[in-house]
Design a protein around this ligand. Structure first.
Ligand SMILES: [Zn+2]
Ligand SMILES: [Zn+2]
Length: 209
């Protein structure tokens, strides 16, 4: 593991498996926990040997926040999230809002927040500055974009793919909320092909091909 960037850790948690992540500074040991979806013991183990400084959310769907309250109590660190509105009007008490493009320090390194609405309005992707890792939540998966609940949301997803995701470099490694991570360059042609097709008033589950 290179020490020139943040160290990535991942665990699959919950009954409908989702990927929780931690990013740790190899110099200071400071870390952030991203998406405490379930299994507080597993999340605590993932953070072992680090000093958590914040909890970050990619978005507020229940599978991504199932252990949020428990982990806030265990860690006693600030919660950083999109200002909302959140899933079904959920209130995030005492959360610090993240602005689009905001830089979030983790020890001697940092993340950049990218708003990525579509699957849900409060989605944020977190890109490691100076590294290739991007925590993308449910924005994009290896096989397709995140599910959408309306044709308007699907149109928003298309806009996000074009203006947020595709501008990332080919070397970017997208770490999704479910399933395997993938290199953006390996999916770029498929995503561009998807964007070039006429989807009409579609919404729901889509695949790239
Ligand atoms: Zn979701
Ligand atoms: Zn999810």
């Amino acid at each position: 593991m290179s020490t020139s960037t943040l160290e990535l850790r991942a665990r699959s948690v919950g009954p409908w498996p989702m990927n929780a992540y931690a990013l740790a500074c190899p110099h200071t040991g400071q870390s952030v926990l991203i998406d405490p979806g379930a299994d507080p013991e597993t999340l605590t183990e993932m953070l072992a040997g680090t000093q958590p400084v914040a909890i970050l959310l990619t978005h507020t769907h229940p599978d991504h926040v199932g252990a949020l309250q428990e982990m806030r109590e265990r860690l006693g660190v600030p919660l950083l999230a999109h200002p909302g509105p959140h899933f079904q009007g959920m209130a995030l008490v005492d959360a610090r809002p993240i602005a689009d493009g905001e830089i979030i320090s983790v020890g001697q390194h940092a993340l950049k927040a990218h708003y990525a609405p579509g699957h849900i309005d409060d989605m944020i992707c977190f890109a490691v500055i100076g590294g290739n890792d991007i925590i993308v939540g449910d924005t994009v998966f290896e096989g397709g974009p995140g599910n959408t609940r309306s044709s308007a949301a699907f149109q928003t997803t298309l806009h996000t793919l074009r203006n947020v995701v595709l501008p990332w470099p080919d070397e970017a490694i997208c770490h999704a909320g479910h399933g395997p991570s993938f290199r953006l360059g390996d999916k770029r042609a498929a995503i561009e092909g998807f964007l070039a097709r006429d989807h009409g008033d579609f919404h729901g589950d889509a695949t790239w091909e």
